[in-house]
Write a protein that binds this ligand. Structure first.
Ligand code: ADP
Length: 625
């Protein structure tokens, strides 16, 4: 009820009592009921209202008495009126005292409202009886909403321990402190540091609990983030394959600060005073090293390193000077290369980066990251060795290729020389030697000998990368010469050679002997592939045109064909499937054809022969229209 209402009803009640007093024969007894009117007025918590109500009721009591009895009769009604007045007086006094106490309490409560902490009072059952401003602000419920609610249910408090244990402790020593998780009205989570104090009544009986809560949500979150970051760093530190050394350079800083350089720049001074650099090495303390570095240095724990960097760096280390200059000049990091000395005295080549943090305590948190480059160094050495070997091998291979090519290509004319020589001998050994035939065979021997010598010359020019002859050549002539050269060999193996040449093919530009050799090689290979095989042995050589610009020659045999696995390597030098083969023929053919601007390829399905396709560009001035 509002103050106005209370005043009104207080006045109405007083007047009603007055009327009853005057109009009924109760004779003053009813006047005791004025007490109720005063208590009503006291509810306004205004001292003046109490005093006014008391004065009003007293006046009404006396007035009623006078109206009913005038002044003469001073007997029991008068006594009753006095009792009533006394009751009014006592009630007023009590009401005033109560008012003063309430005012004191209100002042104290206002003080509690000034606090930044959330403060509330709950009774023994947990029901909130007081709720300060900060609690309103932090939790979101107004005092009106919170008072009367059950604190735990309202705030959904999560305790670090069982609730009963906490309550028992509180009852035992009268206080409790701990960290709680609570929820705001909006559902947000709050972490609070709680301090509870037990309230007792004048008999020492616990009546309520004053709970003071400090919101530490942000602080806890920041702390957790810090812990997480520290954990992450630790994980990196422990699991990294990069060696990490934590160092404290604060003593180095002190030594640098007290250094008298005599006008020289620090860099010059340090370069000229190696004893100071050595001294500084002993001042740079190691606080921890990670497992990767321990492994690098052949240690099984970090204890062996805790000391200074001096024992990690070799006698001849120059990298510390660079790091020291960078540190002195306020650089944030320095990179370098050095050798670490492992516990067993081994030198470990490493790359390192050392960081000098900028924050105030940065000198104590210097970090060096170290990568072992032993393997890289070894790989580099191995690479250099391999390169040298390769260069050597290339020289040997060139020589080998040269001799292999010569051997391969002159084999055939040599065989022909032997055959002609033997034939000549037979003519000579006749009873009547046929000198004419002898002369012919000697002529063959001389021609084949010349050819062999020409082949050798061509191969040497070829391998020296000198340009080959560029004669205008008719392909049918070349085919004829080539077939003549190997006719005897094919006949020996019972191989039939079919040649199908289009008429009027334009000439190509190139080296007669080299192109002859390509055809000789392809035809000999075909013959060898079919040699000793049952069935018909036929080689078909076709020559025609493709797309008006190129001459196309195919050499097709009815041999065993080529295994698919062998196809990709067929043209590689030294690839052979023959017992006494050299594997040079096709390699030479392809290089020769490509040097003439053409292409050489093969197509084969095993069991049904192989077909070699050769294209050569027509000489420009004779290309078909
Ligand atoms: P070589 O004759 O010394 O073996 P080549 O370079 O001339 O060297 O030939 C390489 C390989 O190609 C031969 O060993 C053979 O396996 C295969 N080859 C070449 N021509 C034919 C063919 N007409 N039919 C089947 N295989 C062939």
């Amino acid at each position: 009820m509002s103050r106005g209402g209370l005043r009104f009803w207080s006045a109405v009640l007083a007047f009603a009592v007055f009327l009853v007093d005057v109009l009924t024969p109760l004779e003053g007894a009813v006047a005791v009921l004025y007490v109720v009117a005063i208590l009503l007025a006291a509810k306004t918590h205004r001292r003046n209202d109490i005093v006014a109500a008391a004065a009003g009721c007293s006046v009404l009591t006396i007035t009623a008495y006078l109206l009913s009895h005038d002044l003469e009769a001073i007997a029991s009604p008068a006594l009753r009126a006095l009792v009533s007045l006394a009751a009014i007086g006592i009630t007023t006094l009590l009401a005033l005292q109560n008012h003063a106490a309430t005012k004191r309490l209100a002042a104290q409560a206002r003080l509690l409202n000034l606090s930044h902490d959330m403060i509330f009072v709950r009774d023994r059952r947990g029901v909130i009886t007081f709720w300060n401003r900060a609690a309103e602000h932090a939790y979101g419920w107004s005092a009106d909403e919170a008072v009367g609610q059950h604190a735990d249910a309202l705030l959904r408090t999560a305790y670090p321990d069982r609730r009963e244990v906490i309550e028992a402790g509180l009852l035992d020593i009268g206080r409790w402190e701990g960290r709680l998780e609570q929820r705001t009205k909006a559902g947000g989570a709050l972490t609070v540091d709680a301090r509870w104090a037990l309230q007792h009544d004048h008999l020492g009986k616990p009546v309520g609990v004053l709970e003071t809560h400090t919101d530490v949500t942000d602080r806890v979150a920041a702390h957790n983030a810090l812990v997480l970051s520290e954990q992450r760093y630790r994980r990196m530190f422990d699991a990294s394959r990069v060696g990490v050394v934590e160092e404290d350079w604060s003593a180095v800083r002190t030594a640098l600060n007290s250094l008298e350089t005599g006008g020289a720049t620090l860099r010059d001074y340090l370069a000229r005073n190696p004893e100071f650099v050595r001294h500084a090495r002993r001042l740079a303390g190691i606080t921890d090293v990670n497992p990767a570095l321990q492994k690098m240095a052949g240690a099984s724990g970090s204890a062996a390193f805790v000391g200074n960097v001096d024992r990690l760096l070799g006698e001849n280390d120059r990298s510390f000077l660079g790091a020291l200059v960078a540190f002195a000049e306020g650089e944030r990091f320095h990179e370098g290369e050095t050798d670490l000395v492992s516990l067993d005295g081994r030198k470990v080549p490493v790359l390192f980066t050392i960081t000098f943090p900028a924050e105030p305590d940065g000198d104590r948190n210097v970090l060096a990251f170290v990568i072992d480059i032993t393997e890289r160094k070894q790989a580099q050495d191995a690479l250099l060795a391999a390169q040298a070997e390769l260069a050597h091998a290339a020289r040997v291979a060139t020589l080998g290729e040269l001799s292999a090519s010569i051997a391969h290509e002159v084999n055939q004319p040599l065989a022909a020389i032997v055959t002609s020589g033997e034939a000549g001998l037979r003519w000579l050994r006749r009873d009547v030697p046929d000198l004419k035939e002898v002369a012919t065979t000697i002529g063959h021997v001389v021609a084949q000998g010349r050819r062999a010598s020409e082949i050798v010359t061509r191969i040497r020019t070829f391998l020296k990368k000198a340009s080959p002859q560029q004669d205008l050549l008719q392909i049918d002539e070349i085919i004829e010469e080539a077939t003549l050269l190997i006719a005897r060999e094919l006949a020996k193996d019972d191989v039939a050679l079919i040649v199908k040449t289009e008429h009027g093919l334009p000439p190509v530009r190139g080296d007669r002997i080299q192109l002859q050799q390509v055809l000789v090689n392809l035809l000999i290979n075909a013959g060898q592939a079919m040699s000793g095989r049952p069935g018909s042995r036929t080689v078909t050589l076709r020559a025609g045109t493709v797309d008006g610009e190129n001459l196309a020659i195919t050499v097709e045999d009815s041999g065993p064909g080529i295994q698919p696995d062998d196809l990709p390597r067929l043209f590689d030098p030294f690839f052979t499937t023959k017992g006494g083969g050299m594997g040079m023929g096709l390699a030479i053919c392809r290089t020769t054809v490509e040097a003439h601007g053409g292409r050489l390829s093969v197509e084969s399905s095993p069991g049904s022969g192989a077909t070699f396709h050769l294209t050569l560009p027509f000489s420009q001035e004779h290309a078909l229209p």
